[in-house]
Write a protein of this length. Structure first.
Length: 229
């Protein structure tokens, strides 16, 4: 057991080397996350949903009318703006309390701002309010959405940088699309699902088989009949 005084006398390079060794030992004894069949099922569901949604978009593009009169217009926009207000309030609270929840709030806020800009502009085409909606989207909603996304990205990178430092790693934080979510995984999600299902069937079949040395014709005798001498 290393004493705190001994650790304090180590150089930065030695401490990081020790951290990397400890992390490597911990990873060898910890099962990798994001590798269960539930995670793979979610990924397969997302892929299937994308395919179905793409087909549905094609159907809507052909069948929907160019103009449509609808009801509950006031309720739709008031409800949407209430949701946007709630996103702003949650973002402000998470920023004031300095919580990790701020990352999620920023992403939700950016999404709602982009949706607001899109529907404002598209639904006001060929109306007197089109120029106002376009300027509002370009000068207010889109800049705020981009700022929220950049802030969320910055917070994620700061968190990863902190984790890297605690694991004894040095250098710049790699791009987010290169950082594994829960550790490396072998094969595609669908292939892992098929393999997991086959292994589950094999385990179930093995559990139903009698133990070795049993299952002979002696087991079929009348239980009321005494064993032969």
């Amino acid at each position: 057991m290393l004493e705190p005084e001994t650790l304090a006398n180590l150089s930065v390079f030695q401490r990081r080397k020790l951290l990397r060794a400890l992390v490597a030992l911990e990873q060898d004894t910890t099962p990798p996350s994001a590798s269960s069949w539930k995670w793979d099922a979610v990924l397969v569901f997302i892929v299937v949903s994308c395919v179905l949604l793409a087909a549905w978009i094609a159907v809507l593009a052909v069948t929907l009318p160019g103009f449509y009169h609808t009801g509950s217009w006031r309720g739709a926009w008031v409800g949407f703006d209430i949701g946007l207000l709630a996103a702003f309030a949650a973002t402000g609270w998470a920023a004031w309390r300095r919580r990790q929840l701020l990352i999620i709030c920023l992403v939700v806020l950016a999404t709602l701002l982009l949706c607001d800009a899109w529907f404002d502009v598209v639904l006001d085409v060929k109306t007197p309010e089109f120029l106002t909606s376009l300027l509002s989207a370009l000068l207010v909603e889109l800049p705020l959405a981009i700022l929220a996304i950049l802030m969320a990205r910055r917070l994620v990178r700061l968190t990863i940088e902190q984790v890297m430092r605690y694991e004894g790693l040095s250098g710049q934080v790699p791009p987010l699309w290169q950082i594994p979510l829960g550790g490396p995984a072998v094969g595609t999600p669908l292939a892992r699902l098929i393999k997991a299902r086959a292994e589950h069937k094999a385990v179930a079949a093995a559990a139903c088989m009698p133990p070795p040395g049993q299952g002979s014709t002696d087991d079929l005798r009348d239980p009321r009949r005494p064993p032969a001498a």
